[in-house]
Design a protein around this ligand. Structure first.
Ligand SMILES: [Zn+2]
Length: 188
């Protein structure tokens, strides 16, 4: 089927998927989930014209303002590559088989996307809470350093260090004094 005609029929067949627009986070998350499940090796690049995509043996490009339909179309190509050991020279891409893979991908995304988004949100929240706690601890430490309790603690540490140094010095001093006494009393 000629390329343009293929695009037109797939847009009719998977209308909901092409109407379902994705933001950047969703594209990255869904791509990652599809890659985990289908284990194709292409990495994702985000750039280019609105709602467009491209796929070759090592990467997928997906433009801005994209949809589940575009994502599934390109990932279906990645799976075709994988099924042919990443060698598609002379092969046809826009086949019935491509459409079947695409439909499967769309179903997979639709079945799981709520769960994926929910767990992603939880992850983000956890990250934020961790960060907030860290900031809180930092501030608490800063405040603690201003208290008398902290200053006394630091001074006592210093005092202990000086006392032990004093003790060492005293021991050496006594030894020296003992030797002086010894040589004074020694009879030649
Ligand atoms: Zn295509």
């Amino acid at each position: 089927m000629p390329k343009l005609k293929y695009y037109k029929t797939e847009r009719e067949e998977f209308k909901d998927a092409f109407d379902f627009k994705l933001n950047d986070n969703q594209v990255n998350l869904f791509y990652h989930k599809l890659q985990t499940k289908y284990k194709f090796k292409q990495y994702l690049i985000r750039k280019g014209r609105l709602g467009c995509g491209k796929c070759n043996s090592y990467r997928i490009i997906i433009g801005e303002n994209t949809s589940i339909g575009v994502l599934a179309h390109e990932v279906a190509h990645a799976i075709q590559y994988k099924q042919n050991n990443y060698y598609m020279k002379g092969m046809r891409f826009h086949t019935k088989k491509h459409k079947v893979i695409m439909g499967r991908l769309i179903n997979y995304i639709n079945r799981h996307q709520d769960k994926w988004l929910e767990s992603e949100n939880k992850k983000q929240e956890k990250k934020l809470t961790l960060h907030q706690n860290k900031e809180k601890n930092k501030q608490e430490l800063k405040d603690y350093k201003k208290t008398n309790e902290f200053k006394i603690k630091k001074l006592m540490e210093k005092e202990n260090k000086l006392l032990s140094r004093l003790k060492r010095t005293n021991t050496i001093l006594k030894k020296v004094q003992r030797k002086i006494k010894y040589y004074n009393n020694k009879v030649i």
